[in-house]
Design a protein. Structure first.
Length: 179
């Protein structure tokens, strides 16, 4: 079963995905894949860097190209972290993965908790202005994807992630029957 970890920036999607790798999953993070492109200073990386520095999301076509390349190259159980985050990405995703092959774990937390967690990461692009813009973008464009999953027959479980990393991980393991 593939896992989609979904939720606003700063709720711990990457942290939880990293903990699930020991259960035999391959972690696919849009953020990590994009940071790798930026680090390698590819043409795509320069485009991504410009968008991220403005607090904007990378366009759907670029995101789908990156994921298509990675998914087709591996035969694995995947954890999708930050993907899909738009209707166009979801439409692409559902052509590859059927509802019975996926569980969507929607991680959420109060906005003040999210903002503090992001500021504590200490990344160069994590300023109060870009965080505010990312959250606006998330609620406008990405949050509706939750309904796309639900309305297309995918199982969606919502968790409050304002607790400890260990408590959240334990809840996820219970949901996935991986205890």
């Amino acid at each position: 079963m593939h896992i989609v970890l979904f939720g606003p920036p700063g709720v711990g999607k990457g942290t939880q995905a990293a903990l699930l790798i020991s259960k035999g999953y391959t972690h696919l993070s849009t953020g990590e894949l994009f940071r790798e492109e930026v680090k390698n200073k590819t043409e795509l990386g320069l485009k991504i860097s410009e968008l991220i520095n403005r607090g904007e999301l990378v366009d759907d076509e670029t995101v789908n190209q990156v994921f298509s390349k990675v998914v087709s190259a591996k035969n694995s159980k995947f954890i999708f972290d930050g993907y899909p985050r738009s209707l166009a990405q979801f439409e692409f995703f559902k052509k590859i993965f059927k509802p019975e092959e996926v569980i969507c774990v929607f991680l959420n937390a109060p906005e003040d908790v999210i903002i503090q967690r992001i500021l504590n990461r200490g990344r160069n692009d994590d300023t109060p202005e870009t965080i505010s813009h990312r959250l606006e973008q998330y609620y406008k464009f990405t949050y509706p994807v939750k309904e796309f999953f639900e309305n297309s027959g995918y199982r969606v479980i919502e968790l409050d992630c304002s607790g400890s990393i260990e408590d959240i991980h334990h809840q996820i393991l219970q949901i996935l029957n991986l205890n």
